[in-house]
Design a binder for this molecule. Structure first.
Ligand SMILES: *Cc1c(COP(=O)(O)O)cnc(C)c1O
Length: 455
């Protein structure tokens, strides 16, 4: 075993030139998207009114490797390759024989992995002559990343920010505006879908689903405009594969291969990206790493959801996808891991989970997650995002398991972002006022009742 540095640094020249598309190696593809208008399987053309054509094509592609455009790779170089850390101090604090590695994606101004997909999405839209983009943001990371990318490529951007998040995180809004974005708290009076929800409930604190509906509506009703989505879709998992491709090279540099790959999962993009090349090894039979996706107990799509066709938004304009879902009408409680408050889950991850390749999903409670975050911050010196802290919690549990069994397993987890804009959440945790909200079966049933009937 080589002497492993605290941070394994990949030279800029080694930044991947191609993304890896896990769809190329899946024995079965995910169930087809369905056009809600016709009830028939959707084609890439059905996506053209909503997404840039190249992105719509990527959504359906089974090409194994797809070139990263030079313009995008140059911008990646401003903050990538991201470091792979060896968690020496955490290992010592846990007194575990496990070797813990984490891939840190918080080292850019947007503070998360979201920039990896924001840059190519804006690039492909610009190349097609689109001048204006719309999107939603929950916790604010996606909106911030997109505001940066839109600024770099010179496009206008309107961000519908979930109202509860805009109240909890005013500084996120300020960053987006600094990069030139127009930010509206959702539900807003800018769209018919927003106005309808406000009529029913003027105090509505919003959800990602509602914000998506507003953004899609504005994109399809404004000429020269397109909608972009920061998670869930196959194209986003494709772009995020850069995380896993780098991590695999970095582990090779220190003669390591992960026994366990752990990620938090909201819509599935950072988990999908981190695990991509390792999943390839699993699908081709080359290696057998074990995969764990971690979600909040308050929004348990994998662990308590149904594997069913559902809308990706509450306005029911996007194609239907078969995924693990709580129903697009599910309104999760206002937990602090805003990026994990989505009702559904990536169709690719859903299929891999259903078929047993993604081995395990866990739901964790807020207080346990923040306890893990605090331990991690104190040992590693990085203040993690509440979302990422779900992965930390599982990594710590697995390391403690190794302590009991004496196994020196190699654990890789995704540290998807920093928590510098989540200090309100940390204040609540430090005061002891964070609640562990777990929906009842009856509450989940209300969400399932909103699932569309698909033959
Ligand atoms: C958005 C976000 C997530 C959740 O989204 P995924 O698509 O599941 O990755 C997790 N961590 C951070 C830091 C985020 O910003």
């Amino acid at each position: 075993m080589k002497n492993v540095p605290n941070r394994v640094i990949l030279p800029e020249s080694e930044l991947p030139r191609q993304w890896y598309n896990v769809q190329a190696d899946m024995p079965e593809r995910h169930d087809p998207y369905i056009n809600p208008g016709t009830g028939k399987p959707a084609t890439s053309e059905d996506f053209y009114p909503i997404f840039a054509e190249e992105l719509a094509r990527q959504e359906f592609s089974t090409e194994r490797f797809i070139d990263i455009p030079d313009e995008v790779r140059e911008l990646y170089k401003t903050y990538r390759p991201s470091p792979l850390h060896r968690a020496y101090r955490l290992e010592k604090a846990l007194d575990t024989p496990a070797r813990i590695y984490y891939k840190y994606e918080g080292g850019n101004t947007s503070g998360s992995h979201k920039l990896n997909s924001a840059l190519p999405q804006v690039y492909y839209n610009k190349r097609q002559g689109i001048t204006r983009l719309t999107t939603e943001t929950g916790a604010g990371q996606w909106g911030t990343a997109l505001a940066m990318a839109a600024r770099f490529f010179g496009l206008d951007l309107t961000v519908f920010m979930v109202k509860i998040s805009s109240m909890q995180k005013p500084y996120r809004k300020a960053i987006m505006e600094t990069f030139g974005a127009d930010v509206a708290a959702s539900p807003s009076d800018r769209t018919a879908s927003g106005r309808k929800i406000l009529e029913q409930d003027p105090e509505c604190l919003g959800s990602l689903g509602v914000a998506i509906s507003e953004a899609v509506e504005m994109a399809v009703t404004t000429p020269g405009s397109r909608y972009v989505l920061g998670s869930v879709l196959n194209q986003v998992l494709l772009h995020q594969s850069v995380i896993g491709l780098e991590a695999k090279l970095q582990l090779e540099m220190v003669d390591e291969y992960p026994d366990l790959v752990i990620g938090c999962s909201g819509g599935g993009s950072n988990m999908g990206g981190l695990m991509a090349p390792f999943m390839r090894d699993r699908l081709t039979g080359a290696r057998k790493p074990y995969f764990i996706a971690v979600e909040p107990a308050a929004c348990p799509s994998f662990t308590r959801g149904k594997y069913a066709y559902d809308f990706c938004d509450t306005a029911k304009v996007t194609p239907l996808a078969r995924m693990y879902t709580l129903g697009s009408g599910f309104m999760p409680s206002s937990i602090h891991a805003g990026g994990l408050r989505y009702h559904g889950m990536s169709p690719i991850l859903s299929k891999l989970y259903h078929d047993g390749f993604l081995d395990e999903a866990r739901a964790e409670k807020q207080n346990d997650v923040f306890a893990a975050a605090k331990l991690f911050a104190g040992e590693e010196g990085i203040l993690p995002a509440p979302e990422s802290s779900h992965a930390i919690k599982a990594a710590i549990d697995e390391a403690l398991r190794c302590k009991q069994s004496g196994e020196a397993r190699t654990i890789l987890f995704g540290l998807s972002g920093h928590g510098h804009f989540d200090m309100g959440a940390y204040i609540s945790y430090n005061e002891g006022s964070i609640t562990d909200y777990i929906p009842t079966d009856e509450e989940l049933q209300k969400g399932f009742d909103t699932l569309p009937k698909v033959e």
